[in-house]
Design a protein around this ligand. Sequence first.
Ligand code: GLP
Length: 256
Amino acid sequence: MEVIILNNSVEVGETAASLIASTIHRNPRAVLGLATGSSPSETYLALARMVEAGTLNLSKVAGFALDEYVGIPADHPASYAAVIQQEVVIPLGMTASQVQVPNGRAQNLAKAAAEYERQIVAAGGVDVQILGIGRNGHIGFNEPTSSFASRTRVKTLSEETRRDNARFFDRPDDVPMHCLTQGLGTILDAGRLILVATGASKAAATAAAVEGAVSSFVPASALQLHAHATVIVDEAAASLLALSDYYRYTYANKPS
Ligand code: GLP
């Protein structure tokens, strides 16, 4: 896994965005895997600056969100359908039909999950997947002990994750108990993984994912099994990495 340590969250976003942009420049029909939460916000802002400057065009790109809450309306401001619309579709000059989000309002959630997997395959698979990381090491909504072979399915959110996400809702009890999330197996099928993490609250999870044992107890450690995974962090999120000097050295001396 490649680890890139940068000074702050703006640099993290700009570096992640330039990797994504180079994928799109190579293939204007690239398929992007989209994360929500605060971690990728700077990445989306940096991509939006490129779109505004006319150096990037996402009009032919397809996008698939990682996850969605179960049981809240699509127009609820905390629904990932709404967040993707506000943070990705509109600022990146895309149309809503270019981006899919799992249907957490479906009567039959298992069927909606299977259909989502089919849609990803029909689009040719995800070329580059953007990921954040939860404090307990989750990616998407794959909570600890999620199978590395898992596909899109219903999951129960941990109390810690519900507490962490309460800031997006009026009351803590409003945070849904369940979600639909791409599985770790779905995520590992992407051509490239880019995980962004910033702030001291992500330091322990980042170190466990990058340098700890590969374990379903730390879902993000699944990235160690991927041939093309890049972790981009700021100094605070990197603070518990044992090999931080080595990562800085290899990034500074990367073959061109
Ligand atoms: C959320 C999302 C994840 C996200 C993670 C971290 O619950 N489902 O996709 O990466 O938790 O969130 P944040 O970036 O806001 O810290």
